[in-house]
Design a protein around this ligand. Structure first.
Ligand code: SAM
Ligand code: SF4
Ligand code: SF4
Length: 394
């Protein structure tokens, strides 16, 4: 995750970014993404959590969730994302939220918005929620097909309007894949029209219900086109929209190159990236799932460093920090890429492709020459570095 505007310039999330960096420097988690339940009332065809109507059998008890929030406070967690599944479907959702807020933790809720009416929006505001994130994928029929429940899109848009009226910020999120690609620029415009401060664009994660769907990813050329559009937008004085890019860390050095070529001084953002790379794995980012599993990233539910029922949050933090010590390999190795330190490539994609989280990221948009990405066969050795054809090694 990387907030492009706030990273390179003064943006709406510069302060949050600074807090995350400060926490990381102190050896604390910089942010925790917590899937508090795997239950969901929708059945999105791409869901990396494969969420459905059922809670997982070993999910944390209510007591364990509150203890976990207390541990987060003791560990100095500055930023907590409550997600799922659909977080509002966890019966003690409000108890978790209230406890986190009592501790002064900044909380963002990632929700499909179907449980949000005016009363809920007011209640969220009372709890000091600055932002919620919610998902839109395209026009009504398309969106409703994708989430497999008719009428959902209209409810989401209605909820966004209510939230904005009640003074709660909204981040629009979408999964970028070959199906949603024709709608991406309209969604960016819609984020502006609906007064959303941020749009989160996440490359397709090939796990859960998207397992094995690598061909559903858009091409590197399409990502570059999108990056060029966003680079233009963040230097447009009329535009205030923040962009957050998921699972595509090479987007950051790509945009940096474009802006530097136009004469912008990005030294502050690049210095920050030397501390916390564009891929946040091992850099204070922590995911905890509904059963207490601790992962370096929410997108790899099978890459776990332990379970919070058996280890403290402080121990989990130390385990995750160790992941930053292992050098990346292949095209992402320091000898092959001048951006290895500030980018590191998507560690989850390497994990899924090679069963090696430190392997190369074959979706790099700086090093892919043309149409698709630098595809190697699944589980091919990452030590077989691919030739660099892009500007990085140029
Ligand atoms: C897992 S959902 C949980 C929160 C809430 N239920 C929602 O849908 O917004 C969080 C976000 O992950 C995104 N997402 C789910 N599966 C994905 C995948 N395979 N690739 C990329 N993003 C995905 C969803 O589109 C959503 O924006
Ligand atoms: S993406 Fe969100 S709304 Fe859709 S099934 Fe998964 S958890 Fe539910
Ligand atoms: S080669 Fe790897 S580290 Fe270098 S820019 Fe591409 S994804 Fe990032």
């Amino acid at each position: 995750m990387a907030h492009v505007r706030s990273l390179f310039f003064d943006g709406p999330l510069t302060e949050v970014e600074n807090k995350s960096v400060a926490a990381y420097k102190l050896g604390r988690p910089s942010e925790v993404i917590w899937n508090i339940t795997n239950r969901c009332n929708l059945l999105c065809e791409h869901c990396y959590m494969a969420a459905d109507g059922h809670a997982l059998p070993d999910q944390l008890s209510d007591e364990e969730t509150i203890d976990l929030v207390d541990q987060m406070a003791a560990s100095g967690v500055p930023l907590l994302f409550l997600t799922g599944g659909e977080p509002f479907m966890r019966p003690n959702f409000w108890e978790i939220l209230a406890r986190a807020r009592e501790h002064g933790i900044r909380v963002t809720i990632s929700t499909n918005c179907t449980f949000i009416d005016r009363d809920v929006a007011k209640r969220l505001k009372e709890h000091g929620i600055g932002y919620i994130g919610t998902s839109l994928y395209g026009p009504a029929d398309f969106h409703d097909d994708m989430v497999r429940v008719p009428g959902t899109r209209d409810r989401v848009v209605e909820a966004i309007k209510i939230l904005r009226e009640e003074g709660v910020g909204v981040a629009l999120k979408t999964a970028v894949n070959t199906d949603t690609w024709p709608h991406i620029y309209d969604l960016i415009q819609e984020a502006k029209d609906l007064d959303c401060g941020l749009i989160y664009l996440c490359d397709l994660i090939v796990s859960g219900r998207s397992e094995g769907e690598e061909d559903g990813r858009i091409t590197a050329d399409q990502w570059r086109e999108l990056a060029d559009f966003i680079a233009d937008d963040i230097i447009d004085p009329e535009s205030k929209l923040e962009y957050d890019i998921g699972a595509m860390p090479s987007f950051i050095p790509y945009v940096a190159e474009k802006l530097i070529a136009r004469g912008y001084d990005l030294s502050r953002g690049l210095e920050r990236l030397k501390i916390m790379s564009a891929c946040p794995v091992g850099k204070g980012h922590m995911n905890i799932n509904s059963e207490g599993g601790v992962m370096p990233c929410q997108f790899a539910q099978d890459w776990t460093v332990g379970n919070i029922k058996e280890m403290s949050l402080a121990e989990a933090t130390r385990e995750l920090f160790k992941l930053a010590d292992t050098p990346t390999t292949g095209i992402c190795a320091e000898e092959n890429c001048e951006y290895a330190q500030i980018c590191r490539g998507c560690r989850v994609k390497a994990f899924h492709e090679y069963d090696d989280p430190f392997g190369q990221d074959t979706t790099c948009i700086l090093k892919s020459a043309g149409d698709k990405v630098l595809h190697t066969s699944r589980h091919e050795s990452p030590s077989a570095a691919l030739p660099c054809s892009g500007p990085v090694c140029g």
